[in-house]
Design a protein around this ligand. Structure first.
Ligand code: NDP
Ligand code: 8X3
Length: 251
């Protein structure tokens, strides 16, 4: 029997690659994001038999509810929720950061993720489904300029573990995937469209690809139902850890 997956942030990067991966494997896919034209291109490529596209800003609670209400019957029983939509904005230290950017990251990465999860929990419980939350190494290891972005991802990982506790006995699986550097539009968004900064970060580093992460999401979603990966941290081989920084007074 074909299963149904709802993937947020399906217009780019991990989410777009995951849509392709699950459609190729015969799943029904509900794909969401703000950029309606990209979702429309997906529909034109794949048709509407196994793909339903819903364009809305995930921070808009009413728009989210309207989109959920408008899901066609064939796509209503969501088996897997992939909370992927998210972003980092800026790399400035906290003392120079833009509060509006902090709010946008919290509203998108935390508040919207929580709201969508809450809305879909009844269906997920009924179907003994799965929740796959896209967290980040930024939620595990702090780095300069990661401040609120890292905080939102720490929330995502800890919320995932908390969900596991609450969903004990329901059969619902919950996983936080915590990727390191992967080349998507992530850095373009973070830098406000600075293509050179994005290229500089990724050039020569062999970062992970969106398809790498989509493969991991698919792996997690198709594990035997008795098996739960709680958190899964991954990096490109080229990325590892640096030491602590020490400030010394000039004397
Ligand atoms: P992209 O920028 O390529 O994709 C982000 C997706 O999120 C887009 O589809 C975007 O859609 C969607 N999105 C952002 N804001 C909103 C919003 N307000 N409403 C609806 N959708 C929204 O980045 P990635 O694919 O890399 O990022 C996916 C997830 O992975 C994010 O949560 C990110 O934090 C996380 N991550 C990324 C890593 C990386 O190195 N790339 C590493 C670790 C984690 P649209 O703009 O159309 O609304
Ligand atoms: C994205 C990974 O290290 O750029 O979440 O914050 S990092």
């Amino acid at each position: 029997m074909s299963r149904t997956i709802l993937i947020t942030g399906a217009t780019s990067g991990f989410g777009a690659a995951a849509v392709e991966r699950f459609l190729a494997d015969g799943w029904r896919v509900v794909a969401t994001g703000r950029r309606a034209e990209r979702l429309q291109q997906l529909v034109e490529r794949h048709g509407e038999t196994r793909l339903h596209a819903a364009a809305f800003d995930i921070r808009d609670a009413d728009a989210m509810q309207a989109a959920l209400d408008a899901i066609p019957d064939a796509f209503r029983g969501i088996d897997v929720l992939v909370n992927n939509a998210g972003l980092a904005l800026g790399t400035a230290p906290a003392q120079r950061a833009d509060l509006a950017q902090w709010r946008q990251m919290i509203d998108t990465n935390v508040t919207a993720l929580v709201a969508l999860t809450h809305a879909l929990l009844p269906s997920l419980i009924e179907r003994r489904g799965a929740i796959i939350n896209i967290s980040s190494i930024a939620g595990v290891y702090p780095y300069p300029g990661g401040n609120v972005y890292g905080g939102t991802k720490a929330f995502v990982s800890q919320f995932s573990l908390g969900l596991r506790s609450d969903l004990h006995g329901t059969g619902v699986r919950v996983t936080a995937i915590e990727p390191g550097m992967a080349e998507t539009e992530f850095t373009l968004v973070r830098t406000g469209g600075d293509r050179a900064a994005s290229d500089t970060l990724y050039t020569g580093a062999q970062p992970m690809t969106a398809e790498d992460i989509a493969g991991v999401i698919h792996y997690v979603a198709t594990l035997p139902p008795h098996l739960n990966i709680n958190r899964l941290e991954l990096m490109p081989v080229s990325q590892s850890f640096a030491g602590f920084q020490v400030h010394r007074d000039p004397g």
